[in-house]
Design a protein around this ligand. Structure first.
Ligand SMILES: *[C@@H]1O[C@H](CO)[C@@H](O)[C@H](O)[C@H]1NC(C)=O
Ligand SMILES: *[C@@H]1O[C@H](CO)[C@@H](O)[C@H](O)[C@H]1NC(C)=O
Ligand SMILES: *[C@@H]1O[C@H](CO)[C@@H](O)[C@H](O)[C@H]1NC(C)=O
Ligand SMILES: *[C@@H]1O[C@H](CO)[C@@H](O)[C@H](O)[C@H]1NC(C)=O
Ligand SMILES: *[C@@H]1O[C@H](CO)[C@@H](O)[C@H](O)[C@H]1NC(C)=O
Length: 311
């Protein structure tokens, strides 16, 4: 079965709710619109308007997903490649006070690389959710080709909400005109010191079901987005479009060295399959070292997980 057909099945199951779909009823009853191609498009899941899912991310999902040459920058094939770069940037430069989000795709091309995969060239702008500063950048994203056995495995595992092994992780090469120099050192250092002295941070449901985040908890939510970018980068293929939906539970663990240590339970949202994968991860963070992932684990699917409302 080709990826295109898988893609079609995924879209169909999003629309009709296939028997094996695990999306909670709430997830489909939230504000949805139907685009001209008949596919359900989510209204967005984040409390922050800069992080909202743009309808253009899923525009015309039935067009040729594996097209080559110049792509429409507003359409899903171009945006999914640029989204992978967003996750990459967060893994490299993100912090509790710096979180990148894809803003605009200016141009994109795609080409087949003989027998090894597909390469996208994208020009885009990313915005820091906190300072609202925008940076223009270009990147190459290479999606390794899946061999037949893997494709078959993917097809079988698709309905078990499984994802690919990490050898299929897309490869990102980026070049930015301006450095991503948004100076957040002072806030990071203050937050670090405060939570190093008092290692008691704990919270659930960021944002809550109404899309609200308690004042003071934003850095924990931002750190959750940055950490989950490691998962989203690792798990992205040409058939996914991930967004971090909610921090279900976060606990600060006892610091063993100079790093703050956390355990997060995270709900992601795959806009293509409408799945809500649940992950647990342990990682450390400090202003100098950034996020270091210690463990990440795909949790069993959750039948009553629901996405927070959009404001
Ligand atoms: C759903 O979204 C549409 C378009 O964005 C908006 O006009 C409408 O008010 C929304 N409905 C609800 C119930 O939020
Ligand atoms: C590129 O590869 C995809 C599958 O990976 C295939 O469907 C498509 O026809 C190829 N396009 C060209 C121009 O070779
Ligand atoms: C430590 O944090 C807890 C919970 O955030 C708070 O109740 C407590 O007052 C803090 N203690 C100190 C010494 O700051
Ligand atoms: C949150 O995670 C901590 C650490 O794993 C755990 O002890 C706690 O029971 C969890 N809370 C909820 C509400 O799941
Ligand atoms: C996927 O995540 C693991 C765990 O953090 C990491 O060690 C690995 O390098 C990642 N794979 C890639 C290709 O980034």
């Amino acid at each position: 079965m080709s990826l295109r057909i898988l893609m079609f099945l995924a879209v169909m199951s999003a629309v009709t709710g296939s028997p094996s779909s695990t999306v909670a009823p709430e997830a489909t009853s939230q504000n949805q619109t139907v685009n001209p191609t008949g596919a359900a498009v989510d209204g967005g899941v984040s409390p922050d308007s800069t992080n909202e899912i743009q309808e253009s991310d899923l525009n015309e999902p039935q067009e040729d997903e594996m097209e080559t040459g110049v792509l429409n920058p507003d359409h899903y094939p171009a945006r999914r490649a640029a989204r992978v770069v967003q996750h990459y940037l967060n893994t490299r430069y993100g912090s509790p006070y710096k979180v990148f989000h894809l803003d605009t795709v200016h141009s994109a091309t795609a080409e087949n690389v003989t027998d090894s995969g597909r390469k996208y060239q994208v020009e885009f702008s990313v915005k820091d959710m906190i300072s609202k500063k925008s940076v223009k950048s270009s990147a190459e994203v290479f999606f390794p080709k899946l061999d037949e056995a893997t494709e078959k495995q993917l097809q079988e595992l698709w309905y078990q909400q499984q994802r690919l092994q990490q050898q299929h992780t897309p490869v990102v090469t980026i070049s930015c005109q301006e450095p991503l120099a948004i100076d957040t050192k002072a806030q990071e250092e203050a937050w670090y010191q405060q939570n190093k002295v008092n290692q008691s941070l704990v919270s659930q449901n960021l944002p809550d079901s109404h899309g609200h985040i308690e004042p003071g908890m934003e850095p924990l939510w931002h750190l959750g987005i940055v950490a989950s970018s490691f998962i989203m980068l690792n798990q992205s293929t040409e058939n996914t479009l991930y967004n971090m939906a909610q921090v279900a539970n976060v606990t600060q663990l006892e610091t063993e060295n100079e790093q703050l240590k956390f355990e997060y339970d995270i709900l992601l949202h795959d806009m293509v399959s409408q799945e809500i994968p649940r992950w647990r991860m342990q990682f450390t963070w400090s202003p100098t070292e950034g996020v270091r992932v210690l463990q990440m684990q795909h949790l069993p699917k959750c039948h009553n997980c629901k996405l927070p409302e959009t404001n």
